[in-house]
Design a protein around this ligand. Structure first.
Ligand SMILES: [Zn+2]
Length: 301
């Protein structure tokens, strides 16, 4: 019988300790985070393996074995976090502070919280002695915030055995939205991510996570003067990849390029307001990048 209240309290404390480890990428220093996870697992008698792709750039794997009746599930998170400018924080971004019932810290959302919830699930199953049909593979990787070369890329190249027997993987993004404007709950299933676009930009304004511009910080997104000092790469990463793998990569060069241009044509056809949404009524612009209910409110650039 699992004591969920106690497990919840314990999980919060583990997360606070994890948030106190500064794994800002660059430089990453994910080894500190990996050692922390390793120690928590070791106390429970769960073996883990940590491998560095470069000094300090660590990846960790641990496995709870099932009886093999079904394929394994990978519980994945990345150890690194994006830079936190302390001038804009009301609390220490690496303090793991709880204030007014909320836990603050760089990585509290993206994505140490997910990693620790996954870890808690592994601990609970191990303690309960649950018989599993699937292997449960806890995977923590480096370098997600800056290209993944030292993390997922390194593992794909050098340690594919870490995922042996896996059928599914749960990682960041995805979820279910419930909104009165929807006819039914809206589920996100992420099957791919946008590819890298190397640009050098200078923008002034309050900082935030690049993927989630904030309405109160609109200046940075919409009217900042940007200086592009190097032309963007026109070849998507998967094209480079498919060249290497002789077309085995889904979406080879020609098809990928054709899709990209269709997407950009469609994008310019997106109306200023999400049709029928409360945003349209309120007069707030729709960024076109997110669903109307979670629209960041920033005008499209
Ligand atoms: Zn993330």
């Amino acid at each position: 019988m699992i004591d969920w209240t106690a497990l919840g309290r314990e999980t919060v404390e583990i997360l606070r300790a994890y948030l106190r480890i500064d794994t800002t990428n660059p430089p990453g220093n994910e080894i500190a985070g990996a050692r922390f996870l390793e120690e928590v697992l070791r106390r429970e008698g769960i073996a883990s393996r940590t491998v560095e792709s470069a000094p300090g750039r660590a990846n960790l794997v641990a496995r709870l074995s099932g009886d093999g009746a079904l394929g394994g599930i990978v519980l994945h998170h990345h150890i690194d976090v994006v830079y936190a400018d302390r001038r804009y924080w009301a609390v220490d971004p690496f303090g793991g502070e709880i204030r007014d019932g909320f836990l603050y810290g760089r990585g509290a959302i993206d994505m140490k919280s997910t990693g620790i919830l996954q870890l808690a699930a592994v601990l609970a199953l191990k303690r309960a002695g649950t018989r599993l049909k699937r292997d449960l593979i806890l995977l923590a990787t480096a370098d997600e915030e800056a290209g993944s070369a030292y993390g997922a890329g390194f593992l794909a190249e050098h340690h594919p055995d870490w995922l042996q027997g896996a059928e599914y993987a749960i990682s960041e993004l995805g979820g279910i939205e419930i909104d009165p404007h929807y006819r039914a709950p809206f589920a996100h299933i992420v099957i791919s991510e946008k590819t890298g676009l190397p640009l050098r930009l200078i923008a002034r304004g309050a900082p935030g996570h690049g993927s989630m511009p904030c309405p109160t910080r609109r200046r940075t997104g919409s009217s900042a003067r940007c200086t592009v000092s190097s032309p963007p790469s026109a070849v998507p990463a998967c094209c480079r990849r498919c060249r290497r793998t002789s077309g085995a990569w889904p979406g080879c060069c020609r098809r990928t390029r054709a899709r990209a241009s269709t997407r950009s044509r469609r994008r310019s056809a997106i109306p200023a307001f999400a049709p029928g949404s409360s945003r349209a009524a309120s007069g707030r612009p729709w960024c076109g990048r997110r669903s109307p209910s979670t629209c960041c409110g920033a005008a499209r650039s």
